[in-house]
Design a protein around this ligand. Structure first.
Ligand code: NDP
Length: 337
């Protein structure tokens, strides 16, 4: 049983040394338990928070413990009346080959109906995050301008496409030409800008002649700085993530923009609302699954995964995620059997 554990807490960007590969015996299920074999492991930005012991909405991973994470797993052995060997489940087994479960929190999956790994992306946590943040907090109206960064990623790609389905003019922001081409040609956004361009702020102003009605916040930093002066009266900002800050150890250079932010919130009467998807919206999961399945059936949503082979490669893939090296939803194929 291979496990990737947290070897030490990172200061700044995580490195390979913060992770360790451990070999342990495959555990035996006790009465009422099942043994799960991990097939796919989801890698997500929130895991950076779990590596840190700074106070947050969830407990950190203890040093020496396996890293946590959502998985698609198959029941390998069962002493639980509700599960048979061979059943597929959505689990939270973490970065390891095998995990024991008492069945709590597991969701059964039907691989005949979809690619199983999609339960970690378009039909799972990131898709749900995009759906609720945009529809419940962003409240898009036809003709409005929606700006979303990390627009080819797991969450952003869904925000962009749902925004188009609701009739918005979508201005995407992504890292590099290839991602921008994908956003334009496949996701169907109206404009895509590279946040690494030196004149990004000017480009964004040019791309939003009618201002910005919704800014779906995934990244913070320079993108937020460029968005701030363009926000319209009554603008909504679902605060979903701030990935550009996750590795920060100090405040960013430059002037303190807190005063400008508060003045904009006041003068523009904006709604700025943070949310943690399952804490706030678990009761609306079925609504999301129904809508998303329908959009997928109708060919209205495109989904891109980046599958990394082998558990051993999870640390470098995760480190890359925090630097924009992933292109699509990042998933590790841990096992086939
Ligand atoms: P992605 O698949 O979008 O991958 C992360 C992307 O972020 C990178 O590919 C990169 O895209 C972009 N990025 C990384 N570093 C920077 C940086 N310094 N500046 C600008 N962009 C950067 O990840 P997810 O879709 O899984 O997550 C997107 C956001 O949603 C994250 O902030 C995450 O924490 C948040 N989230 C929040 C949830 C909640 O409940 N509130 C639930 C799930 C996710 P590019 O190369 O295009 O810049």
């Amino acid at each position: 049983n291979r496990q990737i554990t947290l070897a030490s807490r990172p200061v700044g960007a995580p490195t390979r040394e913060n992770f360790a590969l451990k070999e342990t015996a495959i555990p035996e299920p006790a009465e009422g338990q099942l043994l799960l074999r991990t097939l796919y492991l989801s890698l997500d930005p929130y895991m950076r928070g779990r590596m840190s012991d700074a106070k947050s909405y969830a407990e950190p991973v203890a040093v020496g413990d396996p890293m946590v994470g959502g998985t698609v797993s198959r029941v390998h052995a069962s002493r639980h009346s509700g599960y048979q060997p061979g059943d597929w489940v959505l689990s939270y087994s973490g970065w390891q080959d095998y995990a024991l479960s008492d069945g709590e929190g597991l969701i059964k999956l039907d691989p005949a109906h979809m690619s199983p790994s999609w339960a970690l992306g378009v039909l799972g946590m990131p898709g749900f995050t995009a759906y609720m943040g945009l529809l419940d907090i962003g409240r898009p109206q036809a003709g409005e301008t929606l700006v979303v960064a990390a627009a080819t990623g797991a969450v952003g790609s869904m925000v962009a496409q749902i925004g188009k389905l609701k009739g918005c003019r979508v201005v995407a922001v992504a890292g590099g030409e290839e991602k921008c081409r994908y956003a334009l040609e496949t996701l169907g956004v109206d404009v895509c800008l590279d946040h690494k361009a030196g004149d990004f702020a000017e480009q964004l102003a040019g791309a939003c002649p009618d201002g910005i009605d919704i800014y779906y916040e995934n990244v913070g930093g320079k993108v937020l700085d460029a968005v701030l002066p363009l926000l319209n009266t009554g603008a909504r900002i679902p605060v979903c993530g701030l990935i550009s800050q996750y590795n920060a150890t100090t405040l960013p250079d430059g002037p303190d923009r807190l005063g400008q932010l508060m003045a904009t919130i006041l003068i523009k009467r904006m709604t700025v609302k943070g949310f943690i998807i399952f804490d706030d919206y678990a009761h609306r999961y079925d609504e999301f699954v129904q809508d998303m399945n329908q959009w997928l059936r109708e060919g209205k949503i495109h989904y891109r995964e980046q599958i990394v082979e082998e558990l051993e490669h999870a640390p470098e893939a995760f480190i890359g995620l925090l630097q924009g090296q992933n292109f699509g939803k990042l998933v590790v194929r841990v096992g086939n059997d």
